[in-house]
Design a protein around this ligand. Structure first.
Ligand code: FE
Length: 292
């Protein structure tokens, strides 16, 4: 059920102390799964800086050869994956018995917890495939919890439009009193998808202790005195009371923030734990069939 409300002054008013941009990142072209071409925007060296987030992949192509092989069966343990389809259709099946079809505008939120094996396969032969996959860490105490999964349809994502015509989809957290589709106590994720007409401004309060970044995937945004073009990620400095974005062209962007866990991060491919011993155990459990 979509919530359409008009937010009065708060979304367009400038913040007293907006964050500046610390760093603009282009991402790293790579391929994953059975040969899906993608750009890794949040890479492993940024995991500490952007704690509680571990990875962000962007995919966007009109060439079926770039995506058709998909991601056949593979495991995950110790974190959550959030897949947001901007365009295209992807089918998901996992060892916990969940199955779903993600279509344009849908979000899939999966908590791998103690372990799932899943596949993510395109359900289209041609046409555009575009979207994002974000990895959100779990606190050590929850890394072996029961897996959880939810498909959130486009129409179910709480959405509002500001007086300047900015459309805000609140995937997680809350924005201007609109509660998002998912809440997490330990990491307090904020995940907004923004659609801004040229010239429009949007402000979002963010606690200074939370790490935050903006991924522009259409148009161009001004953040404080930095211009951020499409296909770039801006890491926001941890200061002030939030962020103000101003669209220099019709723009699309993700605004993502979260409360850092401050725990050790040990990663081996699709397993993310706190220690090397826990990684060894994850590989053992996977090989002995404990995820199935
Ligand atoms: Fe996966």
């Amino acid at each position: 059920m979509a919530t359409i409300i008009d937010v009065l002054s708060t979304a367009t008013a400038a913040l007293a102390h907006p964050r500046s941009v610390e760093h603009v990142v282009a991402g790293q072209p790579t391929s994953d799964g059975a040969g899906v071409k993608l750009t890794r925007m949040l890479t492993q060296p940024l995991q500490r800086r952007l704690d509680p987030y571990l990875m962000l992949d962007a995919f966007g192509t009109d060439d079926p050869q770039d995506y058709i092989a998909g991601f056949p069966d593979h495991p995950h343990r110790g974190f959550e994956t959030i897949t947001y389809m901007i365009a295209g259709r992807m089918r998901h099946r996992d060892s916990a018995g969940n199955e779903g079809l993600l279509s344009s505008g849908d979000v899939q939120w999966m908590t791998a917890g103690r372990g799932v094996i899943h596949s993510e396969l395109p359900e289209q032969q041609d046409g555009r495939m575009e979207g994002f996959q974000l990895w959100l860490n779990l606190p050590g105490r929850d890394k072996l919890r029961t897996p959880w999964y939810r498909d959130i349809r486009h129409a179910e994502i709480p959405t509002f439009t500001t007086p300047q015509g900015v459309t805000v989809r609140v995937i997680a957290g809350a924005s201007h009193d609109v509660e998002g589709a998912v809440q997490r106590e330990a990491t307090q994720p904020l995940y907004l998808d923004l659609e801004l007409p040229a010239g429009a401004r949007f402000s979002q309060e963010i606690p200074a202790s939370h790490n935050a970044f903006v991924v522009v995937y259409g148009g161009e945004l001004a953040i404080a005195d930095t211009l951020v073009p499409a296909q770039r990620m801006a890491i926001l400095a941890n200061e002030g009371d939030g962020v103000t974005l101003e669209a220099r062209a019709p723009s699309r962007a993700l605004l993502i923030a979260g409360k850092p866990l401050g725990e050790p991060i040990a990663q081996y491919g699709p397993f993310v734990m706190n220690t090397q011993d826990e990684l060894v155990q994850a590989v053992r459990d996977y090989q002995s069939g404990a995820f199935a």
